[in-house]
Design a protein. Structure first.
Length: 286
């Protein structure tokens, strides 16, 4: 561990899924991930890292099963010594009845925020008035909203975020830059624009999944990592493993080691923000 890395790391982005029991339509096209990834598998993946707490992030489970996913993960979180300290639940803000769903989630104190994977949503979803109205309601429940979008969608997200200063947004995976193709623009400028909204945080999560496995190293990831840090500053970034999606390129342990390399010269306070403090703040973790 580098001198600046804290003893306790919060993994702000981990998944669990169980296609042997639940339905995830998107997994059908990804055979490498189309199997059960359970809590005990996650514990094995973090065994040689300083990760001690984690935030479960919804897995785009088929929408009729959203509450079942919440219930399932809540049982893991209730285990003695569980690392799971918070949850980002699945949602469909483009649908009527959204607030009723929010009311149901109130029964699950583990839920700290919500997410809709927007880069697979039908065209026009983010621009709909119903979507915007429902996102605004999150402020009444103190729920955050994770943004899972592609670089081309960042300008649209900027408008949504600007219109909702009372909602805290977390941009997943730095906005999913196309690292494999070495593309930096227009991602760089769009990210900078979004960072001008002070209610947005950037999750530096799973960048390895968007790199070529053969060149998945600190040198390749550094331009993207450094730009995200420059845009958002050390107080608005948080680290996530994106397990098991990260295994498309490398192990979670290796992603942690790459991050250590990229932050080895950081101050203790900046390192603490990235690896634990900001995640605890935005997701209201105990």
């Amino acid at each position: 561990m580098s001198a600046s890395a804290p003893r306790e790391v919060v993994d702000a982005h981990q998944h669990l899924w169980k296609p042997s029991e639940f339905s995830y339509s998107w997994l059908e096209g990804l055979p490498a991930l189309n199997r059960d990834f359970l809590y005990e598998d996650y514990l094995a993946a973090i065994a040689k890292t300083p990760i001690r707490k984690s935030v479960f992030v919804e897995c785009d489970i088929d929408s009729p099963l959203q509450l079942e996913e919440v219930e399932w993960v809540s049982r893991y979180a209730a285990l003695s010594g569980s690392s799971i300290a918070g949850m980002v639940a699945s949602c469909r803000p483009e649908e009527a009845g959204f607030e009723s769903y929010l009311e149901k989630l109130q029964s699950f104190p583990l839920v700290k925020g919500l997410r809709r994977v927007l880069h697979v949503a039908p065209p026009g979803v983010m621009e709909s008035s119903l979507f915007a109205e429902n996102i605004a309601k999150l402020a009444n429940y103190a729920y955050t909203f994770d943004l899972c979008v592609l670089p081309a969608q960042l300008p649209t997200i900027f408008k949504l975020v600007s219109a909702n200063p009372g909602v805290t947004f977390i941009l997943d995976h730095c906005g999913v830059p196309d690292i494999k193709s070495n593309e930096l623009d227009p991602w760089r400028e769009n990210l900078r624009q979004l960072a001008s909204c002070l209610n947005v945080y950037c999750k530096i999560s799973g960048l390895v999944a968007y790199a070529d496995p053969s060149s998945c190293d600190a040198t390749t990831l550094k331009p993207y990592f450094d730009h995200a840090v420059e845009c958002f500053g050390a107080q608005r970034i948080l680290w996530g493993g994106d397990w098991p999606v990260c295994t498309l390129a490398t192990t979670l342990e290796r992603w942690w080691e790459i991050t250590e390399t990229l932050t080895q010269s950081w101050s203790e306070s900046d390192s603490t923000n990235l690896f634990s403090a900001t995640a605890k703040k935005v997701y209201r973790l105990a």
